[in-house]
Design a binder for this molecule. Structure first.
Ligand SMILES: [Zn+2]
Length: 100
């Protein structure tokens, strides 16, 4: 998030750009997306690793995550909650801003 913000500031502070600096900015933006996707993939991997049920079929702690489907539901709920809590969930540059 820090980096994304920095790139946005840079984009706003450069009034006229050569073709090469525009390409450079697009590359930086694409890199940030790749980094973010990689972090997300790693986070999901670790989350799934941490939620492996203990093996006791009567364990109440593990019950909600005792199946792949249950883990997916729990993960999706967390993703929704974290996204909606984020200050970046809505953006002033969203395509639907001001059309409501
Ligand atoms: Zn358990």
């Amino acid at each position: 998030m820090q980096n994304r913000k920095k790139y946005s500031m840079k984009r706003l502070s450069v009034p006229s750009k050569s073709a090469s600096s525009r390409k450079e900015e697009k590359d930086i933006e694409a890199d940030a997306w790749d980094v973010a996707d990689g972090l997300l993939a790693g986070a999901i991997q670790y989350w799934l690793f941490s939620r492996q049920p203990c093996g006791d079929p009567r364990c109440e702690d593990c019950e909600p995550v005792s199946t792949a489907h249950g883990r997916m539901l729990a993960l999706q709920q967390l993703v929704r909650d974290f996204a909606e809590e984020s200050e970046y969930f809505h953006s002033p540059t969203d395509s639907n801003v001001g059309r409501a």
